[in-house]
Write a new protein. Structure first.
Length: 191
């Protein structure tokens, strides 16, 4: 009987994790994925609408926890990790310690903007405070930023170089995300 309960528990956890990855902040179908080849920054008129490697990251303004407002363009000169997440998403919360570690390892060279997907401020504030995370957390309750960065699931992370160009895109998370992001950030910084 204990084995059946354990098996049922494992199946529920795996199903919930898969659901998080495949039920993103939004589900627009036009999403371009990570393995696109970059041949320099694309500067066409529609570059702002594309979330694709080699294109300029669409600028956005977001309210941060603590009440300040920031624009993505405010972070020029540093690499940026934009991470779309939610407190109910197991893979999202599972990679947050790696994101915290990354923000500390690259202090001065990297900014993290963890954009929460449509949850209420008090819920997000409590989660961040309880876990002691110190990177920037943006609140996107209306989903306006999510519309600029459509994805088919979360966590959804975009690495942007100091010039504002997307250098890597990740959908989902698992295992040692610190090493994955560390490699991406070093590449974005030209190291």
């Amino acid at each position: 009987m204990k084995f059946k309960n354990l098996l049922l528990f494992v199946m529920i956890v795996l199903t919930a994790s898969a659901a998080a990855v495949f039920s993103g902040c939004n589900s627009d179908e036009g999403q371009n994925k990570s393995n696109a080849q970059s041949d320099g920054a694309k500067t066409s008129a529609d570059a702002e609408t594309k979330v694709e490697i080699g294109y300029e990251a669409p600028d956005f303004e977001v309210e941060l926890l603590g009440g300040k407002t920031a624009k993505l363009s405010d972070y020029r000169g540093k690499a940026v990790l934009i991470n779309f997440w939610a407190t109910w998403c197991g893979p999202c919360t599972g990679e947050m310690p790696d994101i915290q570690r990354l923000s500390e390892a690259f202090a001065g060279d990297l900014s993290v903007i963890a954009v929460n997907c449509s949850e209420k401020k008090d819920k997000v504030e409590t989660f961040i405070a309880d876990n002691g995370y110190t990177f920037d957390v943006g609140l996107d309750e209306s989903g306006a930023i999510q519309k600029k960065y459509p994805a088919n699931g979360i966590p959804y992370s975009i690495i942007v170089d100091p010039a504002g160009i997307i250098t890597e895109i990740h959908l989902g998370a698992g295992g040692d995300m610190f090493s994955v992001y560390e490699k991406d950030v070093n590449a974005a910084l030209g190291k």
